[in-house]
Design a protein around this ligand. Structure first.
Ligand code: PAF
Length: 276
């Protein structure tokens, strides 16, 4: 498995690589969820293709300096995960390699990002779309794999691909969960033991709410279960249209019940699909 730290090294490696090139963009701190994205990329690449993992903690998608500083960066363990799951190459640029100090052009997504996580984190999805577009352009990848766990991110990236006529195929991968139902996330390791033991209530709350027959009851049931925790603080709990991500009460169309919950400084996110 090769490692490229600069754009020039990446280009040299990819010039010699066979296609298709399947990219798995990550910010590192790789867990089983990422491992399954890499395995899916390997399956899609077949015996001929190239699986490339990028590891870059993208500063422009963080709205809180503390969150960026606290983001885990276990590089040697990450490289082990990449190698074990079949990556052919890993791109690990630093901030200066990815962004000029006076960079002034970014991607702006102005509809889907105004809801849910985007409402509380202005600019976050613009930062995600910008770095993902740069990675698509730098790698010339044919396809890229993203987890469905971050469904708003996936929706914003798909919208960017559609609106900017990008030729990259987006391959979604279902959410991977711990055995107690907690959605896997690089943030989970920042939970205290007591918070970690409590956090599966998020998924339990969403599943219980999904059994209700109207929007108001769904929000009430989920709110009560999460609110019953001594650790959890709801950032938002919302039922949205699955296509526009705008708040809805209409259950005759596919919808998503989503929430973000703070455990101390750690913000966890999860959702269930309704009516699919
Ligand atoms: O999902 C992530 O890890 C990041 O948002 C991504 C897509 C790698 C962009 O920095």
């Amino acid at each position: 498995m090769w490692i490229a730290k600069t754009k020039a090294e990446l280009r040299a490696r990819l010039d010699a690589a066979s296609r298709p090139i399947i990219l798995v963009p990550t910010m590192g701190a790789l867990h089983e969820g990422h491992a399954s994205l890499i395995s899916l990329a390997k399956e899609k690449a077949g015996t001929e293709g190239t699986v490339l993992v990028s590891i870059f903690v993208n500063p422009i998608q963080f709205d809180r300096a503390g969150d960026l500083a606290a983001y885990p960066r276990p590089l040697s363990a990450d490289l082990g995960v990449c190698e074990t799951h079949g990556a052919d190459g890993v791109f690990i640029p630093d901030d200066g390699e990815m962004y000029f100090s006076d960079h002034s052009v970014t991607v702006k997504e102005s509809s889907l990002s105004t809801h849910l996580c985007g409402a509380a984190r202005p600019g976050h999805f613009d930062g995600v779309c910008t770095v993902v577009l740069k990675l698509f352009l730098l790698t010339g990848c044919n396809s890229a794999v993203f987890g469905e766990k971050d469904f708003q991110q996936l929706a914003a990236i798909r919208r960017m691909v559609r609106d900017l006529d990008l030729q990259t195929e987006i391959i979604p991968h279902p959410t991977i969960r711990e055995s107690d139902g907690l959605a896997m996330s690089s943030r989970n390791i920042r939970l205290t033991t007591a918070q970690r033991a409590d956090a599966p209530r998020i998924h339990q709350a969403l599943l219980a709410a999904a059994g209700e027959s109207d929007a108001e009851s769904m929000l009430r049931v989920a709110g009560k279960i999460i609110g019953g925790s001594e650790f959890a603080k709801i950032d938002y709990l919302s039922l949205v249209d699955a296509e526009t991500l705008a708040p809805t009460e209409n259950l005759s169309k596919p919808a998503i019940l989503a929430c973000a919950v703070f455990y101390g400084e750690v913000r966890l996110f999860d959702y269930v699909s309704i009516g699919r």
